[in-house]
Write a protein that binds this ligand. Structure first.
Ligand code: NAD
Ligand code: DAU
Length: 365
């Protein structure tokens, strides 16, 4: 039976992937999105003309708008992707992170709870609120520590992760206090098409082909666990339909790589598919730059719960999915033109202007 799903933040990277999958599965989807610098309707192109899809521009913190969406659309579920998502931006200023991730999420919960309490018992029982969160709430691991489980203590280190941790706690509190049927997922680093090119993988691909430096923070030895975005969204679908109310589910790709490894993989792909005319490797553009303040060393996820309880597995393997991702950015120049606008150039200038203090690959060696 088809479901009505209200997807907040559905015009962003992961949200748009989830929306496309759900529309393909013949569910009705209403996207509520503020269209910040990171949100673009072009991300939803595959379903913009579907009768299963509708769009409401706006803020999750706008109680009147959200209440109207709930009344008219009558969702069986809300999936909350809406957030400020970039760690480096949160270091420059945490204000928008507090406004959307903390206050916005709490307002969304409050408006939802008020509406949900008035539903008929059957609809009330069926309803789910799935909050999309991150492994960064657990803080940083050493090289040899065991991966994060759902029982790992919260220890956020960046303003971004502090705001996400706070939102997770509000979600938890609405389950405990009001019985709102909530679920939380904590996922590791996603990669794939349509990721805003402030994040490591698209930034490196697009800088490389523009003959710009590839800025590696610190030593480049920090480790992230990488998951293909479609695999993440498939896990979310399972959590939504079969997850236990009030629970958290960790989702990871079992694919730990250092940042330097990632950038070398990207350069190898580019060297093969668009070799430079002078025969040199794109890796010569690598620049070691000042480290990210409070830079978490390593994230790793134990996905046992989502695998054992819900039967999830990730379908994509890293080398092929990374290659597919790199090729997507090369083949979609219309998309890159649209998202790499004036705001984007301002961001690059604010974050990376200081290349003078950087060391080139040759100097480091
Ligand atoms: P993104 O930055 O690409 O997209 C965020 C979307 O939210 C955008 O469309 C934006 O317009 C919208 N938005 C922002 N503020 C809003 C507001 N106040 N009201 C309505 N819409 C608003 O982010 P993403 O990478 O797709 O991440 C989505 C969610 O997943 C976030 O909650 C993030 O914390 C979480 N997450 C991301 C990753 C990752 O690797 N990208 C990993 C784990 C968890
Ligand atoms: O772990 C999940 C998180 O992954 C999500 O919650 C966040 O929303 C998402 O942005 C991502 O956070 P990271 O900070 O890990 O992602 P980012 O792509 O910004 O950086 C990945 C790693 O690469 C990190 O160790 C910092 C490093 N880096 C990043 C950039 C942008 C560089 O060395 N140079 C760069 O220019």
């Amino acid at each position: 039976m088809s479901r009505n799903i209200l997807v907040t933040g559905g015009a962003g990277f992961i949200g748009s992937c989830f929306v496309v999958q759900q529309v393909e599965a013949r569910n009705n989807v209403l996207v509520l999105d503020k269209l910040t610098y990171a949100g673009h309707l072009v991300n939803l192109e595959p379903c913009l003309h579907s009768s299963k899809f509708s769009f409401a521009p706006g803020d999750i913190g706008d109680a009147e708008l959200v209440a109207r969406c709930l009344k008219e659309f009558r969702p069986d579920a809300i999936v909350n992707f809406a957030a400020e998502s970039h760690v480096d931006r949160s270091i420059h200023s945490a204000e928008d992170f507090v406004r959307t991730n903390v206050l916005g999420t709490e307002q969304l919960l409050r408006t939802t709870k008020d509406w949900w309490q008035g539903l008929e018992p059957e609809a009330k029982k069926k309803f789910r609120f799935l909050h999309i969160s991150t492994d960064e709430v657990y803080g940083s691991l050493d090289k040899n520590s065991a991966p994060f489980t759902e029982n790992s203590p919260y220890a956020p280190n960046s303003p971004y992760s502090a705001s996400k941790a706070s939102s997770d706690f509000f979600v938890r509190s609405y389950f405990k206090t009001y019985g709102l049927p909530t679920l939380i997922s904590n996922c590791s680093n996603n990669y794939g098409p349509r990721q805003y090119p402030e994040k490591l993988i698209p930034l490196m691909v697009l800088n490389a082909v523009s003959n710009k430096p590839l800025p590696i923070y610190g030593t480049g030895l920090n480790i992230r666990d990488w998951i293909y975005v479609e695999d993440h969204c498939e896990a979310l679908d399972l959590i939504l339909s079969k997850g236990r109310m009030g629970e958290s589910y960790n989702i990871g790709g079992e694919c730990e790589k250092s940042n330097l490894e990632i950038v070398y993989f990207i350069c190898e792909i580019l060297d093969e598919v668009i070799p430079k005319s002078d025969g040199t490797s794109y890796s010569r553009q690598i620049k070691f730059v000042a480290d990210r303040p409070g830079h978490d060393f390593r994230y790793a996820i134990d996905s046992t719960r989502v695998k054992k309880e819900l039967g999830w597995t990730s379908r994509h393997c890293f080398p092929e999915a990374l290659r597919k991702t790199v090729l997507w950015y090369l083949d979609n120049s219309e998309w890159t033109k649209q998202v790499m606008d004036e705001d984007y150039r301002k961001w690059l200038h604010q974050q990376y202007q200081d290349f003078d203090s950087s060391k080139s690959m040759e100097q480091k060696d």
